[in-house]
Each structure stands twice: as structure tokens, then as C-alpha cells.
Design a protein around this ligand. Structure first.
Ligand code: Q46
Ligand code: ZN
Ligand code: ZN
Length: 316
């Protein structure tokens, strides 16, 4: 197996590109794909200040690394979710990376700063953990970006993630979600711009990137993700990709090019709260109620004793 560029020994084969690469040229390929996505979707400019939502997993550490290498001013934000050993390890990987790159890392610990963690929130609300987790992350990332004067929040969603979400939304024809499934969500109504520069790269490519760059990351899945439908959608798409390399890319990017605009205006998510609906009386963030969903959650669950992660898993 030889590198397409230098004919040296290749370490990865990319069937959808009909190409093999050596480590050096694979890194070049990855950077070019990120630059292409930034450019194609007009994500941000060279002088923008970026806040990377870092989880300690391969994708968010890789995009942070790539943006720093490409010369962007990119700080990281890590939220301690209190999901047992999983969160402890994720935090360690994130701190080690930030230190190795001498990058600025902002940390928010849910329990220290807001009096609750995700296993406890899931138990008290009797809802799946990802519901309070997603709500908390969105709120805290938005708030930190706006208060810190950042131009955009960067997330590490890759092609597999976006194709799986699209697959799920198409299966159930969720017009409102389809209307929001873009690699760029513009700044609006007190919410920061959100961008996904990894939409041209797969999960496997990001894992290879981290290995080649020597980035240590959280390998385990979140223990609360069990039963998450997106994992099944990813597996289904992987079967199709195996038979027909490039299908995932065509599915997602074909949607963006040919179908996404048909769902414009169908969105009703909280990020598109209509102008003039007011602000949360606790935190001052945009909200259609007197108290925003995050402050309401935190009020409801913060007085409870911490629930260990194992108890939440056993109940599912
Ligand atoms: S961290 Fe949180 Fe994910 Fe774990 S509880 Fe669900 S949403 S699965 S990205
Ligand atoms: Zn090469
Ligand atoms: Zn609030």
C-alpha cells in the first residue's frame, strides 16, 4: 500500500477517495478537508475568535489541534458533567492536550458551579440523561461564547455524526430538525454562531488523525449513551458505506446541496427563539419563559444528593 502523494509506505486507505496516505500526507489531507469546509460554508475568517466545545474525545481534540495548526485563535471550553470515571478521564485528556499546546482552556464544573451533575439530573427529572446533558451543554457553551466575546462556537461533529442525525431525521421526517441541520448556524437573538468544520471527515479519519498526532483521547463511549438511537443509525450507514464507499458523504452533502433549503423556516428549536421574547430572570439569557430551561433544571435538581452513575445505568 503506497501513499498517493509520495509513493512511500501508506498507513491508511480511504476507499471513498480511492487513495492511501502516509502519515504526513494524511495530515495534509485532513487539514485541507477542514480548510475546504470552513471556506465552502463560510464558517469564519482568519481574525475571528473561536471557542471550541471540547469533550476530551477524538473529534473535539482533533478539531482544536487542527484549528491551532491552521493559525486560528481557538480557545477550548470543557464542561465537567460529573459522569463518574468517564468525566474524570475526559477532563484529564483535555487538560493534558491544552497544556501540550499551551492553549487556553476554560473549565466549567456543573456540580461546583451549578450544584448538580448529569446522573443526578437524569434521576430527578426521570428523563434520559442526554436530555439534561444536551440542554446544559448548549446553555453553557452559548453563554460562555457570548460573555467571552467569541465569534463562533466550534463543535467536533464529524461526517458520521451528521449523516446519522440526518438519517434519523429523514426516517421520521422531522421537518423542524431538518431545517436546522447545517454546518453553520448563524448568530441570532443572543445565540452565538455555531460551526462544524469536521463535516467532510469521518470518525475513522479523526481517530487516525489523533493516533498520528499522538493525541490521547477518551476512547470509551459515554456510559449514559446506551440505547442512543444514533449509534444504530451509524451502524446502518456503515453497512451501506462498506458496500458503496462514499455513500455517507453523498447522503449528507447531497442533502445540504439539494434539499436542505426546502426545510428553511421549519425550525422551531430553542436556539431560534423569536426576537423580543425576553430574558431569563436568573441568568439573563434569552428565554421565552421567566426562567430559562437551564435555570429551571438547575433549581429543580440542585438540592439533591449526588446519584452515582452506576445507579442510573442499571435503571435503563
Ligand atoms: S455526554 Fe451527555 Fe453525550 Fe453522555 S449524557 Fe448523552 S449527551 S451521551 S454527547
Ligand atoms: Zn506520502
Ligand atoms: Zn436562565
Amino acid at each position: 500500500m503506497k501513499c498517493r502523494v509520495c509513493r512511500g509506505p501508506a498507513v491508511i486507505d480511504l476507499r471513498r477517495h480511492n487513495a492511501n496516505f502516509c502519515p504526513e500526507h494524511f495530515l495534509d489531507f485532513t487539514r485541507k478537508q477542514v480548510e475546504k469546509a470552513i471556506d465552502e460554508f463560510d464558517m469564519f475568517g482568519p481574525d475571528d475568535r473561536l471557542l471550541v466545545a471540547v469533550s476530551g474525545g477524538k473529534d473535539s481534540l482533533a478539531i482544536w489541534d487542527l484549528l491551532l495548526d491552521l493559525g486560528y485563535a481557538a480557545d477550548g471550553l470543557y464542561i465537567g458533567l460529573g459522569i463518574g470515571d468517564y468525566s474524570d478521564d475526559s477532563g484529564r485528556h483535555t487538560r493534558a492536550f491544552a497544556e501540550s499546546r499551551q492553549a487556553t482552556l476554560i473549565e466549567i464544573d456543573l456540580r461546583d458551579e451549578h450544584g448538580f451533575d448529569i446522573p443526578t439530573a437524569a434521576t430527578v427529572t426521570r428523563r434520559v440523561p442526554c436530555s439534561s446533558c444536551g440542554l446544559s451543554k448548549r446553555h453553557l457553551f452559548d453563554r460562555a461564547a457570548v460573555e467571552g466575546g467569541y465569534d463562533a462556537v466550534v463543535t467536533g461533529h464529524n461526517l458520521d455524526d451528521e449523516a446519522a442525525v440526518l438519517y434519523g431525521n429523514v426516517l421520521t421526517w422531522q421537518a423542524d430538525y431538518l431545517g436546522r441541520q447545517r454546518p453553520v448556524l448563524p448568530e441570532a437573538n443572543g445565540f452565538p454562531r455555531k460551526v462544524k468544520p469536521l463535516v467532510r471527515l469521518t470518525e475513522r479519519e479523526m481517530a487516525a488523525y489523533c493516533v498520528i498526532r499522538g493525541i490521547e483521547y477518551q476512547i470509551d463511549e459515554c456510559p449514559m449513551a446506551l440505547g442512543n438511537k444514533h449509534i444504530a443509525y451509524k451502524e446502518a450507514l456503515n453497512l451501506i458505506e462498506e458496500q458503496s464507499p462514499g455513500s455517507k458523504f453523498t447522503f449528507y452533502h447531497g442533502f445540504l446541496a439539494r434539499a436542505a433549503e426546502r426545510f428553511d423556516g421549519a425550525s422551531g428549536d430553542d436556539d431560534s427563539t423569536p426576537v423580543g421574547l425576553g430574558t431569563c430572570e436568573r441568568c439573563g439569557r434569552p428565554s421565552s419563559n421567566d426562567v430559562c430551561a437551564f435555570c429551571a433544571l438547575s433549581e429543580r435538581v440542585s438540592g439533591h444528593d449526588p446519584v452515582p452513575v452506576e445507579l442510573v445505568r442499571n435503571k435503563r
